[in-house]
Design a protein around this ligand. Structure first.
Ligand SMILES: Nc1ncnc2c1ncn2[C@@H]1O[C@H](COP(=O)(O)OP(=O)(O)O)[C@@H](O)[C@H]1O
Ligand SMILES: [Mg+2]
Length: 325
């Protein structure tokens, strides 16, 4: 449904001293019909820029992409016919009511008033907007506004939906609600392309993801396949003793890292905040050895836990940084 090869965008600077920003430096991806595809990456990675190119809002500097077979640059009108787009910041007018925005949106697609009103009714029922749709938008909660944003984006019945950070800043119940709406749209046959900087969202909601960092894709696949690439277990050694409330001497952390890096059962390790992340074959056999090695070196581990590799471990392995850095 969506195919992109070598898509690039550089923002040219306006000011004399400003440097051009290579926001997207050649990305390839293919999104299948009916899947929820996610772009996962930190702030500034190039997610919104990619989405805005696909939605024909900005023109790529290089590369190619088609949506439903229509070329972004050569047939933008055909692309616009089949897509819906929800911007990261939304696009509603605060003083209007949700209902008014829905009707207006439908009319902008050229529908007569009666048809537009009927479509607005349908969207209000589908997204459960009744409670707040007749209030002015600035009085609605973040979760309510975001649901309205998505309802506006699909009012014309697109087959491909672009959602830029649909749950950024929402509380957990509102996020869960939005995930349900996204899955419902997929069940209705839509193909969904969303961006997120939340690992758990990419993991739980997306069928496949691409991880993007500094304008380049660093990994691609299903969340479970990506995690399987990091074989074995992760042992997390937290050096912050409970009574020091997270304050750890740099020296203690460095000393522990030096002790553990030479242990044969530690394949690789990374320091994250006050913790060491150790990649091992088996946590069950590694943990007693880790404790013994640290105590022998006079280092008191605050807490040790083991877990399966997460998408954050994938990101760390590919970029050397964690996603929240
Ligand atoms: N209109 C613009 N002009 C100049 N630079 C921009 C513009 N929009 C975004 N950028 C820069 O491009 C990079 C990618 O931004 P963006 O695509 O918004 O990332 P993301 O959505 O992943 O946070 C960032 O460095 C950002 O500062
Ligand atoms: Mg963005």
């Amino acid at each position: 449904m969506i195919e992109a090869t070598g898509l690039r965008k550089t923002y040219r600077a306006r000011g004399r001293k400003a440097k051009p920003v290579e926001a997207v430096r050649g990305v390839d991806f293919a999104v299948r019909t009916g899947e929820i595809f996610g772009f996962l990456g930190p702030n500034g990675a190039g997610k919104s820029t990619t989405l805005r190119m696909l939605a024909t809002l900005i023109r790529p500097d290089g590369g190619q992409a088609t949506i439903g077979g229509a070329d972004l640059v050569r047939a933008p009108a055909r692309v616009r016919d089949v897509i819906g787009f929800v911007a990261q910041t939304g696009g509603t007018y605060d003083e209007a009511t949700g209902r008014r925005e829905l009707v207006l949106q439908a009319r902008m697609y050229g529908l007569p008033k009666t048809k537009a009103v009927a479509l607005a009714e349908k969207a209000i029922a589908a997204f459960d907007l009744t409670e707040f749709v007749d209030r002015r938008i600035h009085t609605c909660s973040g979760g309510q506004r975001r649901r309205l944003d998505v309802a506006l984006g699909v009012i014309h019945g697109p087959t491909v939906m672009f959602l830029d950070e649909p749950t950024a800043g929402l509380d957990p119940p509102s996020r869960a609600r939005m995930w349900r709406e996204v899955r419902r749209l997929r069940e209705e046959g839509m193909t969904i392309f969303l961006t997120t900087h939340y690992l758990d969202e990419a993991d739980a909601l997306c069928d496949r993801i691409s991880i993007i960092d500094k304008g380049l894709i660093v990994a691609e696949g299903t969340p479970s396949a990506l995690k399987r690439e990091i074989s074995g277990d992760v042992v997390v050694v937290d050096l912050a003793a409970p009574d020091t409330a997270g304050v750890v001497g740099e020296a203690a952390l460095r000393a522990a890292a030096e002790v553990l890096t030479v242990q044969p059962y530690v394949h690789s390790q990374e320091t994250v905040d006050t913790t060491l992340r150790l990649y091992v074959d088996s946590a069950a056999t590694a943990i007693p050895l880790v404790i013994r090695a640290l105590i022998a070196a006079g280092i008191e581990p605050g807490a040790i836990e083991s877990r399966r590799p997460s998408l954050d471990d994938v990101f760390l392995a590919k970029t050397g940084r964690t996603l929240d850095e």
